[in-house]
Write a protein that binds this ligand. Sequence first.
Ligand SMILES: NC(=O)c1ccc[n+]([C@@H]2O[C@H](COP(=O)([O-])OP(=O)(O)OC[C@H]3O[C@@H](n4cnc5c(N)ncnc54)[C@H](OP(=O)(O)O)[C@@H]3O)[C@@H](O)[C@H]2O)c1
Length: 298
Amino acid sequence: MKILLTGATGFLGRRVARLLAARGAALRCLVRPGSDRAALAGLDFEAAEGDLTDHASLERAVDGCPAVVHLAAETGPAPQKRLREVNVEGSRALARAAAKAKAERFVYASVLGRPRPWAAIGRSKLAGELAVREVLPAMVFRCAPAFGPGDALACPLLAGLRRGWFVSTFTGQGTWKTQPVWADDLAECLAAAAAGGRAEPGVRELAGPEVITVIDFWDELARALGVARVRVHVPETVLRLGGFALARALGRRDCLRLAEFFIAQTTAENNYAPVLLGRPLTTVAEGVARMLGQTGGK
Ligand SMILES: NC(=O)c1ccc[n+]([C@@H]2O[C@H](COP(=O)([O-])OP(=O)(O)OC[C@H]3O[C@@H](n4cnc5c(N)ncnc54)[C@H](OP(=O)(O)O)[C@@H]3O)[C@@H](O)[C@H]2O)c1
């Protein structure tokens, strides 16, 4: 089956691309003209140059593809207008192009939990989800924060711990619950949904096996690294007003993404990942050990 994958150069997309190819899918990837394609080296795929903001390019890309996996998104802090153009209107346009091309399967990676009112990226992703569902019966997967080599979650925290950060959390008391999912597991779920046998539209949740607090997550990283740390709790309002401004001023995109990940409840009521995976999910401890073994956590 020919599958159009958007966001193939990204953190999840590069994993999904290889898994789809391993499943024998003929892969067409929507790539921006300036995209760094190094992560796709050695992969047999057809590149469709385009951009979510160039709607004609989406029609060309989807033509002849019965399945679409839509992962591309503006995931860094960006002006509201840009988030809307890419994550909402771009997703809507891709869904319209897929419907016009009579695609049978449309997979959309959404976010798990209800983003806080100021969490612009998460809100735009949910608005994109709605836009897609208005156009066609999609397979929507609301995904928990994913961790693994190259992520925007554990890697910056590990780097911070190595540097001896003493502020432990972005989350006030750090009691928000989350269910971090190993990135390879999440990618496998998305690939199975796109290329597997059953293709039922609907909204499902994909998450890791453990419900933990942000402090638990950070503790696991510190334990794996064997470093001690001091916890300083920053009230959420202080963090939001001061920390965000500072992160923005310093251009620390990873901090902003982390904050959006963590200052919200991101747990699944009905985790569909074990169904798609058909094997036990990787635990946080297992994943972190693999990260440190594979990449030293960089
Ligand atoms: N990672 C997570 O923990 C997580 C959790 C929940 C949901 N998700 C969702 O899963 C998807 C993939 O996440 P990720 O972490 O892999 O993101 P990522 O690493 O930031 O990758 C984003 C991808 O989107 C592409 N892209 C950005 N703007 C584009 C545009 N205007 N036109 C076409 N392509 C564009 C990027 O291409 P370039 O290479 O050209 O920049 C890149 O391939 C996203 O939709 C995200 O919201 C992720």
